[in-house]
Design a protein around this ligand. Structure first.
Ligand SMILES: *[C@@H]1O[C@H](CO)[C@@H](O)[C@H](O)[C@H]1NC(C)=O
Ligand SMILES: *[C@@H]1O[C@H](CO)[C@@H](O)[C@H](O)[C@H]1NC(C)=O
Ligand SMILES: *[C@@H]1O[C@H](CO)[C@@H](O)[C@H](O)[C@H]1NC(C)=O
Ligand SMILES: *[C@@H]1O[C@H](CO)[C@@H](O)[C@H](O)[C@H]1NC(C)=O
Length: 379
C-alpha cells in the first residue's frame, strides 16, 4: 500500500498530532475497504457468496475494476436464468446426447437400457464424420445436423451446444447427458432417471490443477473477465439440468474468451476448450450448483496420454461391479507433486456411488456387455 509511505518531513519535535491522527484514519479506512469490500460491488450480487468472501480481495490478483458493458449484460442474463423458477413438466424426460464420429457401436446395449421407458427419454445423435447406420429403431431419425469436430478445438464445444439447442426445443427434456460412442450405461434406466432427476445439481467435473495441464494452459489474454484464480479443469462428459443447459447457450462472453484464447498450440501451450470452458464458467457463476465430478467414469490410473480402454476380455461382472461401487471422486494434479484429491460423492448430502456411465470400451466388448447387462444393472 503506497499510501502508507510516510510523508517526507524535516525531523522536528513539534510534529502536529492532527497529521498523525489524519493519517491513521485514512489508513484504517483503506484497510477496511480492502477487507470488507462494498456489498454494492456488482460481482457480489451476481456470484455466490463464497466468491465475495473478503479474503478474495485481500490479495487481489485482478484489481477491483469497473465491469465492461458485455460483462454487465452477461451477468444480468445469467443471474436471471439462475433465479428462474423451473417450470415443472408433467412428463419430465432425460435427453441423451450422443457425440459420435459415425455409427454407435453400443446401440444395441443402449436399446436394452432404454426399452420399456419410452416416455422418459429422448435421443439426439451428432455424428461428426459419417452418417450413422442405426440398428435400433429407437435411434432412427434421431440424427441432428452436424458439423466436423476436431479433437481439442472449439468445434467440440460447438457440437455440444448444437446438441443442447436441439434437445432444449422439447420442453419435456429436463436433464441433458452428454455421451460418446465409447460410453456404456452402468445401471438400469430407473436408477439413472431417479439419480439425475432427484437432485438440483448438474454433474460437471471441476477442479483446480496448478500444473502444466491445468493452469499452465491459462492465457492472460483472458483477462479481465477470467482471472487465473478462476481457471478450472474437468472432463468433458457433463450431465446438466435444463437451467444450466440454457445458461450454456446464453453465454457468449466467456465462450468467446475460450474460443479465442484457449487453443492447441497457442503461445506454446495446448489449451483444450472442452476441458476448461464449462468447469471455469460454472465455477465462476454457480459453484454450488455443480457436483464437481462427472457421472461418466474413466480410468486414468495408468498415467498415459489416453485413459484405459477396455477390451472384450476385460469386461467381467467383477470389473463392472468395481466401477459401480466407487463412491469417491478422484482428481490428480499435473504438477510434479501429483497431489491426489479425493472427495465423497454426495448426492443430496448422502454418500452414493459416483458413476452412471463409463468409458472407454472397444466395440468388441459389446457381446460381453449384452450378456452381463441385466446382471450387473440389477440392484
Ligand atoms: C430443487 O429446487 C426446488 C426449488 O428450488 C425445490 O423445491 C426442490 O425441493 C429441490 N429438489 C431437490 C431434490 O433438492
Ligand atoms: C463444488 O466445488 C465448489 C468449490 O469450487 C463448492 O463451493 C461446491 O459446494 C462444490 N459442490 C458440491 C455439490 O459440493
Ligand atoms: C476389483 O477391485 C479389487 C479390489 O480393489 C481388485 O483387487 C480387483 O483387481 C478389481 N478387479 C477388476 C477386474 O478390476
Ligand atoms: C451375476 O453374475 C455373478 C458372476 O457370474 C454371479 O455371482 C451373481 O450371482 C450374478 N448376480 C445376479 C443378480 O444374477
Amino acid at each position: 500500500m503506497t499510501i502508507m509511505s510516510p510523508p517526507r518531513q524535516r525531523p522536528t519535535s513539534r510534529r502536529p498530532t492532527w497529521i498523525i491522527v489524519a493519517i491513521s484514519l485514512v489508513s484504517v479506512t483503506l484497510l477496511g475497504a480492502y477487507v470488507y469490500p462494498s456489498r454494492r460491488n456488482p460481482d457480489c450480487y451476481f456470484f455466490a457468496s463464497s466468491v465475495c468472501s473478503p479474503f478474495k480481495y485481500w490479495l487481489p490478483v485482478v484489481p477491483l475494476r469497473e465491469l465492461t458493458d458485455d460483462e454487465i449484460a452477461s451477468h444480468v442474463v445469467i443471474r436471471e436464468i439462475l433465479t428462474m423458477p423451473s417450470v415443472p413438466s408433467k412428463n419430465a424426460k432425460i435427453a441423451f446426447l450422443f457425440l459420435t464420429l459415425g455409427s454407435l457401436p453400443f446401440e444395441r446395449l443402449w436399446e436394452k437400457f432404454f426399452l420399456g421407458h419410452e416416455d422418459f427419454f429422448s435421443i439426439y445423435v451428432h455424428a461428426s464424420r459419417e452418417k450413422p447406420v442405426h440398428v435400433s429403431p429407437l435411434f432412427v431419425g434421431r440424427d441432428i445436423r452436424s458439423e466436423k469436430v476436431t479433437w481439442g478445438k472449439i468445434s467440440m464445444v460447438d457440437a455440444e451446444k448444437r446438441l443442447l439447442a436441439n434437445a432444449l426445443q422439447d420442453s419435456d427434456n429436463q436433464h441433458f447427458v452428454l455421451l460418446s460412442d465409447s460410453c456404456i450405461p452402468l445401471h438400469n434406466f430407473n436408477y439413472v432417471y431417479d439419480y439425475l432427476m432427484g437432485t438440483n445439481i448438474s454433474f460437471i467435473d471441476c477442479f483446480l490443477d496448478p500444473g502444466p495441464h491445468g493452469n499452465g494452459r491459462y492465457s492472460r489474454q483472458m483477462l479481465p473477465e477470467i482471472a487465473e484464480v478462476d481457471f478450472r479443469k474437468g472432463a468433458q462428459w457433463f450431465s446438466v439440468k435444463r437451467q444450466h443447459a440454457l445458461l450454456i447457450l446464453a453465454d457468449s462472453l466467456y465462450y468467446t474468451k475460450f474460443k479465442l484464447y484457449c487453443k492447441a498450440g497457442m503461445e506454446r501451450r495446448n489449451c483444450y476448450a472442452d476441458e476448461h470452458y464449462l468447469p471455469t464458467l460454472f465455477h465462476m457463476v454457480d459453484p454450488t450448483g455443480i457436483a464437481n465430478w462427472s457421472v461418466t467414469h474413466v480410468d486414468w490410473s495408468e498415467g498415459k496420454w489416453h485413459p484405459k480402454a477396455y477390451r472384450a476380455k476385460d469386461v467381467t461382472y467383477e470389473l463392472l461391479k468395481n466401477i459401480t461401487s466407487i463412491d469417491e471422486s478422484f482428481h490428480v494434479t499435473s504438477n510434479k507433486k501429483k497431489v491426489v484429491m479425493q472427495a465423497p460423492c454426495l448426492w443430496n448430502g448422502m454418500k452414493r456411488p459416483c458413476y452412471l456411465f463409463a468409458r472407454k470400451f472397444y466395440p468388441e466388448a459389446l457381446d460381453n456387455l449384452m450378456y452381463l447387462f441385466s446382471n450387473y444393472t440389477a440392484i
